[in-house]
Design a binder for this molecule. Structure first.
Ligand SMILES: O=C([O-])CC(=O)C(=O)O
Ligand SMILES: [Mg+2]
Length: 598
């Protein structure tokens, strides 16, 4: 890895001393360019003969890779192809993603990444990131020191207890930090070598996994309590000891009690955030802000009813309170407009279980109610927000009620992946006479209603966390307060055009997501200076320009100056790649090891 660091320190068209030569150059995904090595590079780097004679430009390689992915029928096989590409030629992987973001985001990320996590034991090939187990307690720093990169700026880590809406997947959860960090680079241009995915393995309570011969993690129940807390504490300290105090530490997919607790404990001590609480909140509040342009009701004029009172629900609710206060409401009045319903029913202070501590801001002095539909009848929300991980929980009759009480009911079915969504986009339109304002956490195909097509948006935190991370990393901010996520929400909402709203979309199209991330980063960076969170001085004069100068370069670098040339290849007319492939490419999937685990 030493050679990688040299390379990354001297990016661009610069000759790199001590460049690794020969087959090792091809084997390093960060240096590999496949057939794009020029003759001069092949000669100087000792690659001649190790590659086929012909040259392919990066653009041609992107075409070939795209065709190769597309011929797989199953999304999981597409995922496997892409993972393999990332492991062999990193720049090609990211430039392919860059040019096909709408197509491949659902593959490298939600929802396919969820399936990949469920099958992780089967698809686990080459390790990416660090696995740190509870058995390493007392030695966590030593484990982190084994990571070969020095310049790590961001760590995404999970203990795998609440993977998307799929529950406890233990060590199989590693797919999530890996996927999230791919988006750091693909959407915000953060350099891949600055990103480190980590799985904290403390066991799993998932009985199926404990008995699964393919399972790759510790085969015992989760260690909890003091020992677990000390382990996480040691981990946080070890990260900053190794990589510096401003290293960004992103909590991902921790179970509710731990997620909220750790956020409180660490938010003012480390440069940290919880994506499921704060990232989700930010993207949903942005969607609500965009929705106000359709419903003509301010945020503070809505009544919100949540199905689910977990980390996501509370994160969204707390940020909505901040946003309503921004509109002039008192904190109490803002909270009064938010109702929640969990497994034990409406969060009523009169119910026998009381209100859970993590949601106590939203308990109401009301008659307990355990029937959600009755609750919709009583509360008459203008806005229904699903964070329950119960697929189909917004039944047709609940949706019809929303349509009855509201001219433009807001329906957010946020649980991931797709089969956990509280309702489909189509069901929301069908049961509200097409009047709903809809958003979901996972993507849905376009909806047809009354002869019109709607392209509802995916209210996924991928609109938020990469941009926030770039802003934080580029300014070396020491903390990430909640208002940073309000700033991000406002910036995202401004990207929504009338043309988006007309087709039922509360978010800008995914093809704009890089532009969105850069703008969020820029606003976050400005805020970081305004609030004295930034530690990079002097403050850059032109923030966008400054950020751009830090971005990962997708284009292959030239490694060497020109030596001599071969005679030109004869100029024979060559078919386009799509043309050439069309005859020979059937849709037979090659990656077939899934067998009965499908
Ligand atoms: O990964 C996603 O798509 C959103 C997310 O953080 C989650 O559902 O946990
Ligand atoms: Mg998550």
């Amino acid at each position: 890895m030493q050679q990688c660091r040299n390379f990354h320190e001297v990016t661009g068209n610069v000759i790199v001393p001590n460049m690794v030569r020969g087959i090792d150059h091809l084997k390093d995904p960060r240096l590999n360019k496949g057939l794009a090595f020029t003759l001069e590079e092949r000669q100087a780097l000792g690659l001649q003969g190790l590659l086929a004679t012909n040259f392919k430009t990066q653009e041609q390689q992107i075409d070939i890779a795209r065709i190769s992915v597309d011929r797989y029928k199953s999304d999981l096989n597409k995922y496997l192809y892409l993972v393999e590409l990332q492991d062999t030629n990193e720049r090609l992987f990211f430039s392919l993603l860059d040019q096909n973001i709408e197509k491949y985001l659902p593959i490298v990320y939600t929802p396919t990444v969820g399936l990949a996590c469920q099958r992780f034991g089967l698809i686990y090939r080459r390790a990416r990131g660090l696995f740190i187990s509870i058995n390493d307690k007392g030695y966590v720093y030593n484990i982190i020191r084994n990571w070969p990169e020095h310049d790590v700026r961001a760590i995404v880590f999970t203990d795998g207890e609440r993977i998307l809406g799929l529950g406890d997947l233990g060590a199989y959860g590693m797919g999530i930090p890996v996927g999230k960090l791919s988006l750091y680079t693909a959407l915000a241009g953060i350099k891949p070598h600055q990103c480190l995915p980590i799985l904290l393995d403390v066991g799993t309570d998932n009985e199926t996994l404990l008995e699964d011969p393919l399972y790759i993690g510790l085969r015992h129940k989760r260690v909890r309590g003091e020992k677990y807390d000390e382990f996480v504490d040691e981990f946080m300290k070890a990260c900053i000891t190794r990589f510096g105090p401003n290293t960004l530490l992103q909590f991902e997919d921790f179970a509710l009690p731990n997620a909220g607790r750790f956020l409180k404990k660490y938010q003012e001590k480390y440069c940290t955030f919880n994506d499921d609480i704060q990232g989700t909140a930010s993207v949903v509040v942005a969607g609500l802000m965009a929705a106000t342009r359709i419903t003509k009701k301010k945020l503070s004029e809505n009544i919100y009813l949540y199905l689910g009172a977990g980390s996501a629900a509370n994160g969204i609710a707390n940020l909505t309170v901040l946003a309503m206060m921004d509109e002039g409401l008192s904190e109490k009045d803002a909270r009064d407009r938010i109702f929640m319903f969990d497994v034990d029913g409406l969060l009523s202070t009169r119910r026998s279980q009381g209100v859970p501590k993590h949601a106590e801001n939203f308990g109401k002095d009301m008659e307990p109610e355990t029937d959600f539909e009755r609750c919709v009848e009583i509360v008459k929300p203008t806005c229904l927000i699903g964070c329950s991980t119960i697929g189909g929980a917004f039944t047709p009759s609940i949706l019809k009620l929303m349509g009855k009480h509201n001219q433009r009911p807001i329906i957010f079915a946020l649980s991931n992946p797709t089969n956990k969504a509280e309702c489909t986009a189509q069901a929301a339109y069908d049961n509200t006479e097409g009047r709903c304002v809809f958003s979901s956490g996972s993507p849905f195909p376009p909806v047809s209603y009354d002869g019109k097509e709607y392209h509802t948006g995916q209210g996924n935190n991928s609109y938020i966390f990469p941009g926030v991370a770039l802003g934080v990393i580029a300014t070396s901010a020491h903390h990430i307060p909640d208002y940073i996520f309000l700033t991000a929400a406002k910036t995202l909402a401004e990207f929504v055009h009338e043309s988006d709203l007309k087709i039922g979309r509360l978010y800008p199209p995914l093809k704009q997501i890089k532009e969105v991330s850069l703008s969020i980063a820029s606003e976050v960076a400005e805020m970081a200076y305004k609030k004295d969170l930034a530690t990079v001085y002097p403050k850059p004069k032109d923030m966008q320009l400054y950020l751009k100068s830090h971005l990962y370069q997708l284009k292959y670098p030239d490694y060497l100056p020109k030596f001599y040339k071969y005679p030109d290849m004869p100029n024979i007319k060559v078919k386009s790649f799509d043309e050439a492939y069309s005859g020979i490419m059937t849709s037979t999937d090659i990656h077939r090891p899934l067998g009965k685990h499908k």
